[in-house]
Design a protein around this ligand. Structure first.
Ligand SMILES: NC(=O)c1ccc[n+]([C@@H]2O[C@H](COP(=O)([O-])OP(=O)(O)OC[C@H]3O[C@@H](n4cnc5c(N)ncnc54)[C@H](OP(=O)(O)O)[C@@H]3O)[C@@H](O)[C@H]2O)c1
Length: 337
């Protein structure tokens, strides 16, 4: 593949937002490498997606130790692409990784001990060929390790130069407040929370997470903003080949019920009225909610990234539009994915 020179207009395309009350600024659309960047996927497509994203001002790439498959291979592929295309842009990029889900055998291959988090961070840096990550997350709360220990490990990761900022993911509101309070007492830059949030799944909002984060000056990045692709028009006429639902693993075919399709179809009509695609409207809706810093999207093609990158351009909703969206989503069944 030819050598890569980034689009010189990249900062004119994407809007950015400050992460809470910190110096960290993120693009409103970020790209996650959970799916489609592993050793089983097309390397050229992965490279094209990263180039396309960066050209559109998406300068935040989110990874985790276990992304693949094979676990670790998304970081390895990212490392190869970084070395070839992005090394000279290192100071513009926000690269994150995480530890907490199962990665290797034995008691330290998952969860949140000091041993596990520091070892996993070192492994991730090696796989990606990086000196440091911009954000390192504890990927999920550990019921058995004191939160003080996990936060002290994050503190060490920052002080030893392995990460610039740290965050937590998948904690409930009460535990997140405890964790950020400890980080603040340690004067560790814990600046970001990562959680699932989309038009179909409002759990974080209902649990007061965004209100709490705003009060303490922490940013929020929302994963699965398209509910893994459900909040697009792609399933309206059946399950397309090579889609996530067709793979039937993380997104199950059974999730695509006639009732859900009816709702998606009605939401699609609202999006059309707003001169957006449904995926653009779903992302714009997230960005319009109080306390949200960035929508963390996945993609399987450069074309999807081009489409989603336009979402921040139209992110104002009238109260009537919010009400109409809610009345569609909360009619009859409550769907959660
Ligand atoms: N912290 C955590 O525990 C956690 C958990 C999950 C995810 N994450 C992070 O969040 C990122 C995003 O999660 P996600 O992949 O579930 O996000 P998502 O944006 O809800 O779903 C992405 C999928 O939707 C489809 N899609 C994307 N753009 C589309 C478009 N314009 N039109 C039609 N379909 C479109 C693609 O699936 P097809 O393959 O069907 O094309 C794509 O792979 C991950 O990569 C990861 O970084 C974090």
């Amino acid at each position: 593949m030819n050598t890569y020179e980034a689009n010189t207009n990249r900062y004119e395309v994407m809007q950015t937002a400050r992460c809470g009350r910190s110096g960290l600024v993120l693009p409103e659309i970020s790209l996650g490498l959970w799916h489609n960047f592993g050793s089983v996927d097309s390397f050229d497509n992965a490279r094209n997606m990263l180039r396309t994203a960066f050209d559109l001002g998406i300068f935040h790439f989110d990874l985790a130790n276990n992304y693949g498959p094979e676990p670790g291979s998304a970081e390895e592929n990212f490392g190869k692409i970084f070395a070839a295309d992005f090394k000279k842009y290192r100071d513009e990029l926000i690269i994150s990784s995480k530890a907490g889900f199962l990665m290797w055998k034995g008691p330290f291959g998952e969860w949140g001990s000091r041993k596990s988090l520091i070892a996993s961070c070192d492994q991730s840096l090696k796989r990606m060929g990086l000196d440091y990550v911009d954000i390192f997350y504890h990927h999920r709360p550990d019921p058995d390790t004191p939160v003080e220990e996990s936060m002290l490990a994050l503190d060490h990761i920052v002080r030893s130069g392995r990460a610039l900022y740290v965050g937590i993911s998948n904690y409930n509101t009460e535990d997140a407040l405890k964790a950020f309070t400890i980080l603040r007492e340690l004067k560790t830059p814990g600046v970001i929370y990562q959680g699932r949030f989309n038009m179909l799944n409002r759990d974080l909002e209902k649990a007061g997470m965004f209100d709490m984060l705003q009060q303490i000056g922490i940013g929020a990045i929302c994963f699965s903003p398209l509910a893994q692709g459900l909040l697009s028009g792609k399933y309206l006429n059946g399950i397309p080949a090579n889609s996530r639902a067709e793979r039937n693993h993380f997104l199950k075919k059974e999730a695509i019920t006639p009732d859900l399709l009816e709702k998606i179809s009605k939401l699609n009509a609202i999006a059309k009225r707003r001169s957006q695609t449904l995926s653009q409207m779903a992302l714009a809706w997230i960005l319009s909610r109080n306390g949200v810093t960035s929508a963390l999207c996945g993609a399987s093609s450069p074309e999807q990234i081009i489409e989603t990158a336009q979402a921040p351009m139209r992110k104002t909703f009238s109260q009537d539009e919010y009400d109409e969206i809610d009345s569609i989503i909360f009619s009859r069944i409550k769907y959660s994915n």
